[in-house]
Design a protein around this ligand. Structure first.
Ligand SMILES: N[C@H](CCC[C@H](N)C(=O)O)C(=O)O
Length: 288
């Protein structure tokens, strides 16, 4: 009995270099387990940062629902680059230039600005400690002590939720940060009960930010959209930036805007690298 996911088409994409797989399960009463999500990453050429699974929406007013997996099999409620890639997939499949997704972080709209350039409305930043979440009330979320301290890490950071948790450290030299050394220690710091995405931001100008990210459940990535949103919000809150900036990541640039309606919008490139199908042997040893 072949596995239910065997033979399913997947799109191998990237959003500003963030490695994304898009799996459209609409019309199929199927879901993906953490074990299956991890197994998919082992298939030749399919290693990803996030897997975006598209399902039928629960409510007719939405076009689809999204379930978002990190490569370690953990779930994330938000993925800006991946959402843009999923919007591209729907635009490609149905010509829909704009879509509304149901996600674990609420409804998220995304629309095409150019054929390979999409915008996503990531909704409002979460600026209450329980919503990020943090383990305790730390007072001013824009200026939090990393307590207990992590040797070699900056002493203070800004905490912002975008449906997923972010810790933003402002540094003089983002490219000089020991991302692999500090990232895992901060990702699993006791202040973050659901772990955290770790960003190091260098203000090149008030509208120009250099960003390096160690992602929760992944590690260093070439881009992280929700981290770019969290960083712009933190920079604006701390007087470092206006409410719109270019965020430069290793894989590409994103434009982030924290609008007057409190919604954060992100615009950036998407790329379709190739299309393939999930192989039966990918799921060997897993329940069919
Ligand atoms: N790369 C994604 C973020 C994934 C966040 C995930 N690492 C988590 O929150 O667990 C983005 O473009 O927003």
């Amino acid at each position: 009995m072949p596995h239910a996911l065997a033979g399913r088409p997947v799109l191998r994409m990237n959003g500003a270099g963030n490695e994304i797989l898009v799996l459209d399960l609409r019309g199929a009463a199927l879901s993906v387990s953490p074990q299956e999500a991890r197994a998919i990453a082992t298939q030749a050429g399919l290693a990803y940062d996030q897997l975006m699974v598209i399902h039928d929406p629960r409510e007719r007013s939405a076009d689809a629902a999204l379930t978002i997996y990190n490569v370690d099999g953990s779930l994330s409620a938000a993925c800006g680059n991946g959402t843009r890639c999923a919007a591209f997939a729907l635009a490609r499949a149905e010509g829909a230039p704009a879509v509304v997704f149901e996600t674990d972080a609420g409804r998220v709209a995304s629309w095409r600005e150019e054929e390979f350039y999409f915008r996503v409305d990531m909704g409002r930043p979460r600026l209450a400690w329980r919503e990020i979440p943090l383990a305790r009330d730390v007072g001013d979320l824009a200026d939090v002590a990393l307590d207990p301290p992590v040797p070699g890490a900056p002493a203070r950071f800004s905490a912002v939720g975008m449906g997923n948790p972010h810790a933003v450290f402002f540094v003089a030299d983002a490219e000089g940060v020991d991302l692999l050394g500090l990232g895992p220690k901060i990702e699993r710091h006791p202040l973050f009960p659901e772990r955290v995405n770790v960003s190091f931001a260098e203000m090149r100008a008030r509208d120009d930010i250099l960003l390096r990210v160690f992602e929760r459940g992944v590690g260093p990535t070439k881009a992280c959209g929700s981290a770019a949103c969290a960083t712009l919000v933190a920079a604006a809150q701390t007087g470092r930036a206006e409410r719109r900036a270019r965020v430069r990541l290793p894989g590409g640039d994103l434009t982030i805007e924290w609008r007057d309606d409190d919604h954060v919008h992100m615009s950036g490139p998407v790329a379709l690298e190739f299309e393939t199908t999930l192989a039966a042997r990918t799921f060997e040893g897993l329940a069919a």
